[in-house]
Design a binder for this molecule. Structure first.
Ligand code: PMP
Length: 290
């Protein structure tokens, strides 16, 4: 059976799942989205993702015409229809069809799209050997212009950073704020461990308030770490005992070097490995069953 995609009340075969070229999501990146994951028929941190979607849309004055409860049901129905146990879910709300001008008032109805697919797991090697990062020249969007807390369809800032990392022979980029403090990576948040402290950049610096980030902070507290949100410099990262990234798709990925400065032992750290284990456990119990 071909994968079915939900668009505005109907399910379409993957090959027929299309939106208008006049949709402002396509023309201007005018819309918001979420990347969600399900584990053995359990949608992980579902409420948190739905809440963030509605907060993102509120920030850009994009009205979602259905309730959170209805939105939740649509995602569950799509997962069931596609008979997916472990899935990656892409939930998108666009401004909808308008004319060629920017004016969002011309877009009468927002569009809702739900794509559910098999999860593409990252290579095992990444978790075993760790990731090497490079800091890139493009700073993260400044909050005063486009707050990274809004998970919008415009990811050019992150894409530019990704291109710069790839051009330098690296897979992932460390992005700084315009003032030069550590922000996040192109699609993941960043953490360090120093002694018994777990530290991650504060949201006010201009990062996405990651849902995996929050889950890892909770786990950190439970296993007795001091958990802090703070301002971090590259030097704080270079001299950390351990470093890792968090995100829905990647979960927890150890980082072993930044610009060739080895972090800790140069291997995934003990506390990171423990957090990875605890996170796995959490994905088995936390979520909405379908
Ligand atoms: N930062 C950015 C820029 C992201 O796009 C994402 C999501 N892929 C994250 C951080 C991680 O957020 P979450 O844990 O909610 O997936």
């Amino acid at each position: 059976m071909s994968l079915k995609v939900y668009i505005d009340g109907k399910f379409y075969d993957k090959k027929d799942a299309k939106v208008s070229v006049f949709d402002h999501g396509f023309l201007y990146g005018d819309g918001v989205f979420e990347g969600i994951r399900s584990y053995s028929r359990l949608v992980f941190k579902f409420k948190e993702h739905i809440d963030r979607l509605y907060e993102s849309s509120h920030g850009i004055m994009l009205k979602i015409n259905i309730s959170k409860k209805e939105m939740t049901k649509i995602v569950i129905d799509t997962l069931k229809l596609n008979e997916l146990q472990d899935a990656y879910i892409r939930l998108i709300v666009t401004r909808g069809v308008g004319d060629l001008g920017l004016d969002p008032r011309k877009c009468k109805d927002s569009s809702i799209i739900v794509i559910t697919d098999k999860i593409q797991l990252y290579p095992e090697k990444l978790y075993r050997d760790g990731l090497k990062l490079i800091t890139v020249p493009t700073p993260r969007n400044i909050t005063e212009a486009l707050n990274p807390q809004i998970k919008s369809l415009n990811y050019l800032n992150n894409i530019l950073a990704k291109i710069e990392a790839i051009n330098s022979g690296y897979e992932e980029a460390l992005m700084l704020t315009a003032s030069g403090y550590v922000a996040e990576c192109t699609g993941d948040n960043i953490f360090i461990i120093k002694g018994d402290s777990l530290i991650t950049p504060s949201v006010y610096l201009g990062i996405l308030k990651g849902i995996t980030r929050s889950a890892v902070m909770d786990i950190g507290k439970k296993i007795g770490l001091k958990v802090n949100e703070d301002v971090l410099t590259r030097q704080n990262l270079f001299t950390a005992d351990e470093c890792f990234l968090t995100g829905t798709a990647a979960e927890i990925v150890p980082v072993v070097s930044i610009e060739k400065r080895i972090i800790g032992t140069g291997k995934p750290g003990k506390i990171t490995s423990n957090l990875m284990k605890e996170f796995k456990k959490l994905t088995k119990v936390d979520g909405v069953r379908y």
